[in-house]
Design a protein around this ligand. Structure first.
Ligand code: MG
Length: 384
């Protein structure tokens, strides 16, 4: 038997994938020309580059909602990323989309995240407001285009246009400067990762919130989607312990949402008569991979409750504020005297300017590295 070659994989995609799926043979390619691999598709190769990047490894010590040292069992940005990839691949496979492209985008989708979750992103955005701004999607593209150093011939990972588009998701001013072709309708593979991201974080934040004790089941009484999940679980599992009960409820919630997305996306595809990749451009910016109205409505009351009871919980607000204070102080002391930066970070000032170089350095930190840096600067007896 012969080895399954890249060209054979490319050929099989036309037999196996839907007509509206992105085929790896049709990639718009990479910025720097490279010889392609004998038995890995372009997107498999992108996925592997992402997994071996420094930014990917750092996801392990970056916060989702709970700051890293609050406990070992909460989601981190790495476990969140793996859950997004799992949900996105399930949806992609059911819809006969390009699972390898979806996996690469999912694994890369949060590479631009700062330490301390959205609190970190918000504070960097405000500190950088007059210096070109900051958001995690744009920064994610910056990470894979410039900041990762793994190849002699170029900076960054030299990913395909489709994966880059998936990382940026929404065209931003930064990206328009770099590449003219990042606009128009989104590939279905990109839309799948977007929705998988939402499903993953809503449900794992609910799970972590309950596990931490910041939320209780009582907080969700009267919320239709929650109550349906409870009823379904109680039908099958009577007298189970709290942990199993919670896992089963979360499992049910994810399953109904994924199933709704698959069914509804297929309905949209049929309704809009999408039977080729080209048809997607006719949909303009209308999203195809969306929840049914009924599910959207149920989700919105669950999400509202999660916001009120978890994201606005005084302890979560404290964690976020504390984190923002650390980062702001670090940003300010580095700006006051950039010579305090590590040499590798300092050198970048000549290329990117003081503010961007400091912002890149801070955005790349893990929670605990940022906390260590803070201690070095502000605790008199700490060694610098
Ligand atoms: Mg995410």
């Amino acid at each position: 038997m012969d080895i399954l070659s890249r060209t054979e994989i490319e050929k099989r995609e036309y037999e196996w994938l839907a007509p509206y799926a992105m085929k790896s043979a049709e990639t718009k390619g990479r910025q720097y020309k490279e010889k392609e691999h004998p038995y890995r598709s372009v997107y498999q190769r992108d996925r592997d580059r992402i997994v071996y990047s420094t930014a990917f490894r750092r996801l392990e010590y970056k916060t989702q909602v709970f700051v890293n040292h609050e406990g070992d069992y909460y989601r981190t940005r790495l476990t969140h990323t793996i859950e997004v990839a799992q949900i996105a691949r399930t949806i992609a496979r059911a819809l006969r989309l390009n699972e390898e492209l979806v996996e690469a985008i999912a694994l890369a989708h949060d590479l631009g995240h700062t330490p301390f979750g959205h609190a970190g992103e918000d504070i960097l955005a405000s500190l950088m407001a007059k210096h070109g701004g900051f958001d995690h999607n744009t920064h994610g593209l910056r990470v894979v285009d410039f900041l990762e150093k793994r190849y002699a011939a170029f900076n960054g990972l030299n990913l395909t246009q489709e994966v880059r588009r998936g990382i940026i998701r929404h065209a931003s001013p930064f990206d328009k400067k770099r590449s003219g072709d990042i606009k128009g309708a989104q590939l279905l593979e990109i839309q799948v990762v977007d929705i998988a991201d939402e499903i993953a974080y809503d449900n794992h934040d609910l799970d972590d919130g309950l596990k931490s004790g910041l939320l209780t089941e009582k907080d969700f009484e009267g919320i239709q989607m929650w109550e349906e999940a409870v009823t379904s679980v109680e039908k099958k599992n009577l007298n189970v312990d709290e942990e199993i009960r919670r896992s089963q409820i979360i499992r049910h919630l994810i399953d109904v949402q994924v199933t709704d997305i698959v069914d509804n996306a297929l309905k949209q595809i049929n309704k809009l008569r999408i039977n080729s990749l080209g048809c997607l451009s006719k949909t303009n910016t209308k999203k195809i991979v969306i929840f049914s109205e009924k599910m959207e409505c149920k989700r919105s009351s669950l999400k509202k409750n999660l916001k009120k009871k978890l994201y606005e919980h005084y302890r979560v607000v404290r964690m976020a504020n504390k984190a923002a204070r650390f980062l702001k102080s670090l940003f300010e002391i580095y700006c006051d005297n950039p010579k305090q930066l590590q040499p590798q970070a300092f050198e970048k000032i000549s290329t990117y300017g003081k503010y961007r170089a400091i912002c890149d350095y801070l955005a790349g930190m893990t929670d605990r590295y940022a906390l260590d840096q803070y201690k070095k600067f502000f605790e008199p007896y700490e060694r610098v």
